[in-house]
Design a protein around this ligand. Structure first.
Ligand SMILES: [Zn+2]
Ligand SMILES: [Zn+2]
Length: 322
């Protein structure tokens, strides 16, 4: 027994670093703006004078991040940033490098809720993510549809089967959630930054979830044998694309984020797909616009607001019949 053992800490680790890390862990994510505000608040507590967040430099922020990473690295935690696909801002995420939804969510969500979240992920990345329609999002009606496990999924739960992380008994013991419980859970997941809810009412994975579940999503939903993968990456930045553009050639697997395409084309002689040379006109989408850009959805949005869910459903079924 090494009684004198002290955990290794980064050189110069102080109370400011400690408080920064504790706040970051509690929040899960930080934008640069939030990070500057946090550092300013912490500094003002030690100097007893207000500190203007704008006086905090990017260097000071990245230094705090670097020290925090060093401190948590031995515990299998890390911090990395990802550009938010919609808001086009960098988001730093504190995450467990050995990550799957069960271990991520188990501390704050019940086993029933975690089982529901797996069904929701299956809906996003399998049911509503096909070669023709890469929606990777669900509307409220679709989210409610998986509130209880289907008889089919009881037999071959993709998520449980693929990772083998759940005892077989827990799947069959799942009774599911009531609709009111699903709606409450969805709004909690949005508040926690796991899910995004769009203006048109679609739920998709937030930047936090994309960073935390990155390797789990790829291991669970992608099959190396296939040309078309459920999880695809931006040709420019190599991050996961759940909101973006796709090649006009339906058989081609090239995808780009909206926030990346400007720079991507600027360095090229023409707007042609780098793989299949098809003209790239930015009219084919990954994400909810695969549905919302369709005229049927737009008619429904303009007229029969209440029937939105059915239109999304029709689009899904149309696909399923192919
Ligand atoms: Zn990108
Ligand atoms: Zn192409």
């Amino acid at each position: 027994m090494e009684i004198d053992w002290e955990p290794p800490l980064p050189a110069g680790y102080n109370d400011l670093h400690r408080s920064f890390l504790q706040n970051f862990m509690a929040q899960g994510t930080l934008t640069l703006k939030q990070g500057k505000k946090l550092l300013a608040d912490l500094k003002s507590k030690t100097t007893f004078e207000p500190v203007d967040p704008d006086t905090i430099t990017l260097d000071q922020f990245t230094d705090a991040i670097r020290t925090a990473r060093e401190a948590v690295e031995p515990l299998d935690y890390d911090i990395r940033y990802m550009r938010d696909q919609v808001r086009d801002e960098r988001v730093w995420v504190f995450y467990n490098t050995q990550s799957d939804p069960a271990s991520q969510m188990a501390t704050v969500h019940s086993a029933e809720e975690v089982a529901y979240i797996k069904r929701l992920l299956d809906a996003m990345f399998e049911t509503y993510n096909t070669p023709r329609m890469e929606v990777m999002a669900v509307d409220e009606g679709q989210a409610l549809k998986v509130s209880r496990p289907s008889r089919q999924s009881m037999g071959n739960g993709h998520v449980n089967g693929a990772n083998g992380e759940d005892a077989e008994g827990s799947q069959s013991a799942t009774r599911g959630l009531k609709h009111s419980e699903v709606l409450a859970l969805l709004s909690n997941l949005v508040a926690e930054g796991w899910l995004e809810k769009s203006r048109d009412g679609f739920y998709s994975l937030g930047t936090r979830a994309l960073v935390e579940l990155w390797s789990w999503l790829v291991a669970t939903y992608n099959d190396e044998e296939e040309e078309w993968q459920h999880i695809k990456f931006c040709e420019a930045c190599k991050e996961i694309v759940t909101h973006g553009q796709r090649c006009n050639n339906v058989d081609c697997t090239i995808r780009l984020h909206d926030v990346c395409e400007g720079n991507f084309w600027r360095t090229r002689p023409d707007r042609k797909c780098p793989k299949c040379q098809t003209e790239w006109d930015g009219s084919q989408f990954v994400g909810e616009r695969a549905i919302t850009s369709r005229s049927a959805f737009q008619r429904s949005r303009a007229g029969r607001r209440g029937r939105r869910s059915e239109v999304a459903e029709d689009a899904g079924e149309e696909e399923a019949e192919d």
